[in-house]
Design a protein. Structure first.
Length: 101
């Protein structure tokens, strides 16, 4: 059992750290929203624990937050202009709030 827990914890943390290097902040936020729901689901599958009413309610709120985050992320990707089409002065003003002297 100790070996099983060590493998799950170590492999989980290594995968999480590898994901931190490559993911954007929005993707990390969405992963954090899904984490409690997946933990409850895995406890149901592995340990046979049945979720209670509070866990169902919390899961619904997390799922709503995940869906809203997904929708907002998709709309912002479509509205973000490509940097190739913007000259450097406009890019600096847009992303840094710096208009220059």
């Amino acid at each position: 059992m100790l070996l099983y827990a060590a493998v799950i914890v170590v492999m989980g943390k290594l995968c999480w750290l590898a994901g931190l290097k490559k993911a954007t902040s929005t993707e990390l936020n969405m992963a954090n929203l899904l984490n409690p729901m997946l933990a409850i689901f895995m406890a149901y599958l592995i340990l046979g624990e049945k979720p209670n009413f509070a866990q169902y309610c919390g899961g619904i709120f997390l799922l709503i937050g995940f869906i809203l985050s997904l929708i907002v992320n998709r709309t912002q990707i479509n509205k973000t202009p490509r940097l190739e089409k913007i000259n450097p002065r406009e890019a600096m003003e847009m992303f840094m709030g710096f208009r220059g002297v």
